[in-house]
Design a protein around this ligand. Sequence first.
Ligand code: GDP
Ligand code: IMO
Ligand code: MG
Length: 424
Amino acid sequence: MSVTVLVGSQWGDEGKGKIVDILSENFEIVTRYQGGANAGHTVEIGEKQYILHLIPSGILRENVICVIGNGVVIDPTALLEEIDLLEKNDIKVNGRLFISHNAHLIMPYHKLLDSINEKGENKIGTTGRGIGPCYIDKFARKGIRIVDLLNKKVLEEKIRTNLKEKNNILEKVYDSKGLDVEEIIEQYLAFDKAIDKYIKDVPAYLNEAIDNGKSVLLEGAQGALLDVDHGTYPYVTSSSPTSGGACTGTGIPPTKINNVIGIVKAYTTRVGNGPFPTELLDADGEKLRKVGAEYGATTGRPRRCGWFDAFLVRYSAMVNGINSVAITKLDVLSDFDEIKVCTGYKINSKHIKSFPTDTDRLSVVEPIYETMPGWKSDISKCLSYNELPKRTKDYLSFIAKKAGIKINIVSVGPKRKQTFFVHN
Ligand code: GDP
Ligand code: IMO
Ligand code: MG
């Protein structure tokens, strides 16, 4: 029996989709626990590339049941488009996907407010998917949930009440045009037909499954440094990507979690605004972006790139309780003469002891680097740890030691076969 949480350990896009796809071969249930269609999880199977935003990446394994937990915020339009796309590719979704009755719905005004906020002074560089405003309503206890789709009267009333307030804000605060309430009611009342069949009492379902010995993989979205509590606030998302979020976002209690796997990219990337101590604004940064194809899977934005930050990953391992790590995109470093690794930070020439998540301090840290020789050879065809060049193994040992992590899986390309397990 295994209940495993898989978390992004940096600022997202570590390759979670690919590793979930690999691991889900041995899991019966894969569950998303937070975030929404801001996520873009890429899986390559043969010549086909799938980018999943809301549905767990386990959907690509036909024996796996997929679950969307209460911690996820669901844009029904995005959900139905994704289901449609999968079914067009002969991937059966009906009967294999369950959605928590308590998950919140993203409404058109959430997306509009997200885009208005992004034009203001507190620009975060969001994905524009309405994520922040939806979680605001959830915590303000005004949200509309999946369960509300089952009762047309309640749904209509909730939309009317919310729209009254939101249109007031849109018109009076933001000097923007309000939204048409009747249009939204009509659109959302129609969703129940398509979505009802997926609705489930997810905490009851998952707990019963676990008690009956079924294995569950909890697929995190985003990354620890984008966590609203443990990330680089305010440049974060509005949910809890860290492993703790897996409990609140599904109804699985902490006592039932056996394992936490961290997904760690062999260098660092970030999309959107906020401090990034090891960012490279030079030719090396461009090379990482080009070789690593570092463009957002959801928005297409170029990702900011930089050297591996062991100090950051050490912090992430602590707040997530990471047991073992999958290192991804190691192949992207193959053509560098030298590779730098950040092992700590200084502020005003003084070493600091713990990772500063407050942006004022993180913006002024001076990264301390150690330089490793590059291996300058193609590792994308290596099929085992033993086939890696000595210098690549040295790089892995070095980052593992500095970040305080145990590497169990290594990924040297986007495809399934470009993955191997490290037996320590
Ligand atoms: P996620 O959000 O964490 O699932 O990651 P994304 O899918 O947004 O970004 C990871 C990108 O890297 C995708 O395009 C993957 O196909 C690709 N990828 C994953 N692992 C590897 C790897 O080991 N090497 C290379 N070159 N690409 C990888
Ligand atoms: P996956 O699951 C990388 C970033 C956005 C922005 C901040 C807030 O593919 O790793 P939001 O739309 O959530 O309010 O944006 O978070 N962000 C991501 N960055 N990968 C993601 O997801 C992200 N989801 C959100 O770029 O900086
Ligand atoms: Mg992504």
